[in-house]
Design a protein around this ligand. Structure first.
Ligand code: G
Ligand code: G
Ligand code: MN
Ligand code: NA
Length: 253
């Protein structure tokens, strides 16, 4: 059996799991939410990363089913997280293929309703390029999500096409500053210039900035000195299991 055939059976064989990477408020240094990150452990091919299998799932059409599993699981687990932290919010990565030929906004509305979650607990992470796409399904789904009250984040910000006009047009709330700008921040004046510029854009357009890939205290302190409010990275936590996240949430109560 090839990888596509294996992928077709991944859900029923319980091979998919979601891990959660905490998002930290830099003032309190407490967890305020998490990003859901998909993992696939296959009996024949071993661990396969989302960088590899998400593009495949987009090609072979399985992305709709996998994407639905991700949204459902993230919402079910969030029911647990909000018991410990009522203001917890969950970020879910959604690829462009999930915006096409579907009513994604209604699908998400149904899942939220099923788990009795307010739409404001959910944040959808998309890439910059989705905003520039003229496909009507994409535009309708983006508008539908905002009408619903789900928030939108731009993932990997700074690496793609940044038409800043689209940020306001689509009512985006958050820019996630790409890890590549954060990782050698203390060493690179060039990256410092870029990160400070992105933070200025966020301030001017009333957007939230999230710094991705914070790995040490010096980087954290630099970001704090520039009034960056939120971050995630190995300095606090790698992507962890649902149970491990619950433990961290309980510990910070
Ligand atoms: O977690 P990791 O570094 O392996 O993630 C690699 C890439 O895969 C990241 O860009 C991340 O956004 C993406 N990714 C992780 N989980 C999901 C998911 O559930 N759906 C989609 N579409 N992308 C995901
Ligand atoms: O593209 P996206 O931001 O969704 O990618 C998320 C991925 O980034 C996760 O798979 C996670 O493992 C990885 N990641 C998160 N924090 C760090 C970090 O501090 N350092 C490194 N090297 N990778 C990180
Ligand atoms: Mn992401
Ligand atoms: Na990113």
């Amino acid at each position: 059996l090839d990888l596509t055939a294996q992928m077709r059976m991944a859900i029923q064989n319980n091979e998919l799991t979601l891990l959660y990477q905490p998002k930290i408020d830099l003032c309190s240094e407490k967890i305020v939410g998490a990003e859901a990150l998909l993992r696939w452990q296959n009996s024949r091919f071993g661990a396969i990363g989302p960088d590899h299998f998400i593009p495949m799932a987009e090609q072979n059409g399985l992305i709709a089913e996998i994407g639905r599993w991700v949204l459902d699981t993230a919402c079910r687990d969030t029911q647990t997280f909000i018991k410990t932290l009522p203001s917890f919010h969950i970020s879910v990565n959604v690829s462009v293929a999930q915006f096409k030929n579907t009513d994604l906004a209604s699908e998400i509305a149904e899942i939220l309703d099923f788990y009795r979650l307010k739409p404001a607990v959910m944040d959808i992470e998309i890439t910059e390029s989705i905003l520039a796409d003229q496909v009507s399904d994409i535009r309708n789904n983006l508008a539908g999500l905002r009408r619903l009250g789900v928030s939108l984040s731009i993932d990997d910000f700074g690496t793609g096409y940044s038409n800043l006009g689209y940020l306001k047009h689509f009512d985006v709330q958050t820019l996630k500053i790409d890890r590549s700008f954060i990782q050698d921040l203390t060493q690179s004046e060039y990256n410092q210039t870029i990160v400070r510029a992105i933070l200025q854009i966020c301030k001017g357009l009333d957007l939230t900035a999230v710094a991705e890939g914070v790995e040490d205290r010096q980087t954290l302190d630099l970001l704090k000195s520039w009034q960056c409010k939120t971050a995630q990275g190995f300095y606090w936590a790698k992507p962890i299991s649902k149970a491990a996240l619950v433990e961290l949430l309980v510990a910070q109560m």
